[in-house]
Write a protein that binds this ligand. Structure first.
Ligand SMILES: NC(=O)c1ccc[n+]([C@@H]2O[C@H](COP(=O)([O-])OP(=O)(O)OC[C@H]3O[C@@H](n4cnc5c(N)ncnc54)[C@H](OP(=O)(O)O)[C@@H]3O)[C@@H](O)[C@H]2O)c1
Length: 313
């Protein structure tokens, strides 16, 4: 049986900015702001010290309120908490980056953000409409700005002092190479979908070489079909080490050197997901060698189209 160890407290050093990213992260992609506030409060209470947010989620204020409640209760200090938020697709024009960042800080009620990510590499028509569509229902992209131009505006945020580190999300390896080549300040973090059905080893190797931390979202397969938590290799390891399938998938993520993001509105599941312990080496190897299923649940990397449309199970 696997006994409790320090795996859940793993921190990964960033290549710029201050400090380190807690590998165990709570994601705030929860549609209802009331539920977001309650779940964020529970996540902080359970021990999560890394929150993933986004302008796109339209609930930064609820996350900010939950953080403030923990500060006021004396159960959390700012320096213990790592907060990531993201620049939405409609704000890629360089002159829109600083106001968008300031808006996120204001809603989160924070003077500084630990990491700011470009949410996707796709620029949408600038404006207040997050999901601009034409009469045929097609997304209206913005060809008037390049990703490199947006990146340089992100670098200026770091210069200004309130954004401690910057990175990219939903990025492919070729586009990441492009930014790494052009950057004055290299990406500190890359957030992509990753789990045992989508291990992204090549991207992970590139990130390791360049000191970039990979943050894996959908670490439990987003509860979509085919179900990661019902995979026979995961089930077999879970039975062997007397842990749940979710704990196996999350421990694997940390042990191979990534941070992960998971989300639940149920406190018991948050407790379970925080309570991870190291897996034996042969279990790590079995996940790498014996799982053959390959699935990308989230097609945002192909289109930038917002939303996470669940497949039918
Ligand atoms: N950059 C991007 O484009 C992007 C895209 C998607 C997500 N994200 C980030 O990544 C975060 C996590 O994404 P995700 O929702 O895909 O995460 P996930 O953890 O893979 O999936 C969450 C689902 O798993 C269930 N679950 C949670 N804990 C469980 C456990 N211990 N055992 C069994 N099932 C469990 C939840 O159900 P219940 O809620 O019913 O418990 C929920 O349906 C998001 O909140 C967001 O911050 C980023």
């Amino acid at each position: 049986m696997t006994t409790s160890d320090q795996l859940r407290y793993t921190k990964i050093e960033l290549n710029h900015g201050s400090g380190a990213l807690p590998a165990v992260g709570f994601g705030t992609l929860i549609p209802d702001p009331g539920a977001t506030g309650r779940a964020t409060g529970d996540a902080l209470d359970v021990g999560f010290r890394h929150l993933d947010c986004a302008e796109r989620y339209r609930n930064e204020a609820a996350v900010g309120d939950a953080i403030q409640r923990a500060f006021q209760a004396g159960t959390l200090r700012r320096e213990e908490l790592f907060v990531t938020t993201k620049l939405w697709n409609t704000n890629h024009r360089p002159e829109r980056v600083k106001p968008a960042f300031a808006g996120s800080c204001r809603r989160l009620q924070l003077d500084d953000v630990d990491c700011y990510l470009i949410h996707t590499p796709f620029a949408f028509r600038p404006g207040d409409e997050q999901d601009p569509r034409d009469a045929q229902g097609q997304v209206i992209y913005d060809s008037g700005v390049t990703l490199v131009e947006t990146w340089h505006a992100m670098e200026r945020l770091v210069d200004d002092g309130h954004c401690r580190s910057i990175g990219l999300s939903d990025i492919t390896l070729p586009r990441l190479r492009e930014i790494v080549t052009a950057a004055r300040i290299k990406p500190a973090v890359v957030q992509v979908e990753s789990h045992p059905f989508l291990p992204e080893w090549e991207l992970l190797d590139f990130c390791r070489q360049h000191g970039i931390v990979v943050q894996a979202f959908a670490a439990l397969g987003h509860a979509m079909a085919p179900k990661l938590l019902e995979d026979p290799v995961i089930l077999d390891i879970a039975a062997r080490v007397q842990r749940t399938p979710a704990q196996v998938a999350l421990a694997w993520a940390v042990q191979r050197g990534t941070a992960f993001l998971t989300t639940s509105t149920r406190r018991q599941r948050l407790e379970e997901s925080f309570d991870i312990s190291s897996l034996p080496e042969d279990a790590m190897q079995a996940i790498r060698d014996c799982i053959r299923t390959r699935v990308r649940y989230n097609t945002v990397v192909e289109t930038g189209v917002p939303g996470f449309i669940a497949r039918a199970s």
